[in-house]
Each structure stands twice: as structure tokens, then as C-alpha cells.
Write a protein of this length. Structure first.
Length: 325
């Protein structure tokens, strides 16, 4: 057991002792005060708690001083023993007196518990404290001896360590010189390798840059060629569309001319043929009556077709705008 554990046990003993003393003192005051009140003139009833307080104060003094002397390893002699037993006997007598006068043996036994526990606890705690003090003294002596042995061993170990350190320093200095020479050679070789690597890297970087520049120029030429090709195709497509548009217009003009060249008719022509005639008349800007004469259909029917063509011509630009957007 180390000193920490011993001191922890000592604190537990002190706390338990004072707990028992406090409980016994409180119990004694509550028990003895009514007895003293019965045997005190009525005018002096207020002095009834004084006697138990005085006796219990003596108990507290004895316990406290015994604890201090035991901790210091001292001994108070016979008078502290006499005071301890006298206060214990007084406390016991005062606590059981009322029950003894009444002949109540159970009361005597019950009221004797706290004083007897106080007396035995005071003696036991004193013995425990002396034993703990002796144990701490022996532990301190053993620790001092062990510390001296450790100091001697540490001193011898320091001397040996210093000797080994001196030898190691000399050996390390020799190794350091050899290491520096070796590192100098390695550094020189490393510098040569790094210089060669830098030259190779520069050459590779230059080759990469040249290849990238050539690739960019090639891509640029390809883009320009593709752009020229797209422009040529667009021009050709525009020319084709223009040619087709002219041909379509010429064809439509010929068809309109052929459809309108027949002149007025006396009978209705077929509906499909009539629609073509009306479309041609609408395209040439002829009035509704003229178109009706050319196809033989009614003016109302022709007007409806004219309206359809006008609606279609108005919606066509909007559809083209929507498709373009």
C-alpha cells in the first residue's frame, strides 16, 4: 500500500470518527437535557443543556487532540487517558440515568449505545491513528532508503552513460565525417543527374510545344478549309434554291396561264380542277367574279376559296418565323 492509499484511509477514519462523535454529541444533548430539566429549579430550566454541552465539548477536545498527537507520533501520558475515560463515563452515566431511575432496562440499553460507541470509537481511532502514523513513518523511511539507492544507481548509471556518450560522440564524429564525404559525392552525382534530367525535360518540353504548335496550325488550316467548304456548299445550296424557286415560279406561272387561258365556261368543272383555277386567279389578282366565270362555280364558293388562300398566305410568314425561332 502506498502513501496515497494510507492517507485516503486516514481521511476515511477521520470522517467516520467525527461523524460518530457528532451523532453521539447530538443524541446526548437531546437525551440528557430533559433529565437535567427535571433536577433543576424551574427558574433555571434554561441551564439544562449546559452540562451535556460541557461534557460533550470535553469529548470533542479529547478526540481532536488525540488525533493530532497520534499524527505527530506523540503520547499525552496518563491525563489524556483519564480525561477520555472520565468524559466517556460521564456521557454514559448521563444518558442512561433517566432510564435507570425509572427501572427501564431496555431504555438503559438503548441509551447506552451512543456513549459506548463514542468511547470505543475514540479508543479505536486513536489506535488506528497511531498504527497509520507508524506505517507512514516506516513507509517514508523505506522510500528515503529506496530513493538513496536509486540516486546511487542513477549516479553510477550517469557516469556509465557519460562514458558511453563520450565514446559514441567520438564514433559519431567519425561517422559524420564519412557521411559528409559520402553525401558530398552523392550530391555531386545528384546534381549532374538533375542537370541532365532538366536538359532532357527542356528538350521534351520544346518538342511538345513544337508538336502542339504544329497541331494547332493543322487544326486551324482544317477549320479554314472546312469553313471554305461550308461556305461553298451554302453558296451552291442557295444557288440551287434560287434556281428551283425561279423554276417553280415559272412553272406556276405557266400553269396559271394555262388554267386561265381557257376562258369562261358554262358548266362546272371538277372540284380539284376548279380549285387550281381559283388558286391561279387568286395568284394573278383576278376578281372573284372572273374566277367564278372561269371555273363555273358559284361566287360564294369562290369567295370561300379566296378567303382560305388569304388566310394561308397570312399564316405562312408566322409559321416561318416560329420555325426560325
Amino acid at each position: 500500500m502506498n502513501s496515497v492509499q494510507i492517507r485516503s484511509a486516514e481521511r476515511a477514519l477521520s470522517a467516520g470518527t467525527w461523524l460518530i462523535v457528532s451523532g453521539a454529541v447530538l443524541y446526548s444533548i437531546l437525551t440528557v437535557t430533559p433529565l437535567m430539566a427535571k433536577h433543576t429549579p424551574d427558574a433555571w430550566d434554561w441551564t439544562a443543556p449546559i452540562l451535556p454541552l460541557v461534557v460533550d465539548a470535553a469529548v470533542v477536545i479529547v478526540v481532536r487532540l488525540d488525533a493530532v498527537l497520534a499524527r505527530l507520533g506523540g503520547h499525552g501520558g496518563r491525563w489524556p487517558i483519564a480525561l477520555r475515560w472520565m468524559t466517556g463515563g460521564m456521557t454514559l452515566a448521563l444518558n442512561i440515568a433517566d432510564s435507570a431511575l425509572k427501572g427501564d432496562l431496555v431504555g438503559v440499553a438503548v441509551h447506552a449505545v451512543a456513549p459506548l460507541l463514542l468511547i470505543v470509537t475514540a479508543e479505536t481511532s486513536l489506535a488506528y491513528r497511531r498504527a497509520i502514523s507508524a506505517a507512514l513513518t516506516a513507509l517514508d523511511a523505506r522510500q528515503r532508503a529506496e530513493q538513496m539507492e536509486r540516486q546511487k544507481a542513477a549516479s553510477a548509471e550517469r557516469e556509465a552513460a557519460e562514458r558511453r556518450a563520450r565514446e559514441e560522440r567520438e564514433h559519431a564524429a567519425m561517422l559524420a565525417r564519412e557521411q559528409r564525404e559520402h553525401e558530398a559525392r552523392l550530391a555531386c552525382e545528384q546534381a549532374e543527374r538533375e542537370a541532365a534530367a532538366r536538359r532532357e525535360e527542356a528538350e521534351r518540353a520544346e518538342a511538345r510545344e513544337r508538336a502542339e504548335r504544329e497541331a494547332r496550325e493543322r487544326r486551324e488550316r482544317e477549320r479554314e478549309q472546312q469553313q471554305r467548304e461550308r461556305e461553298r456548299l451554302e453558296r451552291e445550296a442557295a444557288a440551287r434554291r434560287e434556281t428551283e424557286r425561279r423554276q417553280r415560279e415559272e412553272r406556276e406561272a405557266r400553269e396559271r396561264a394555262a388554267l386561265l387561258a381557257g376562258g369562261p365556261v358554262n358548266e362546272k368543272v371538277g372540284e380539284d380542277h376548279a380549285r387550281r383555277i381559283v388558286r391561279a386567279a387568286f395568284g394573278e389578282g383576278l376578281p372573284v367574279r372572273a374566277a367564278a366565270d372561269l371555273c363555273g362555280w358559284s361566287i360564294g364558293w369562290v369567295s370561300s376559296r379566296y378567303q382560305e388562300f388569304r388566310d394561308a398566305s397570312r399564316s405562312a410568314p408566322r409559321e416561318l418565323e416560329g420555325a426560325a425561332s
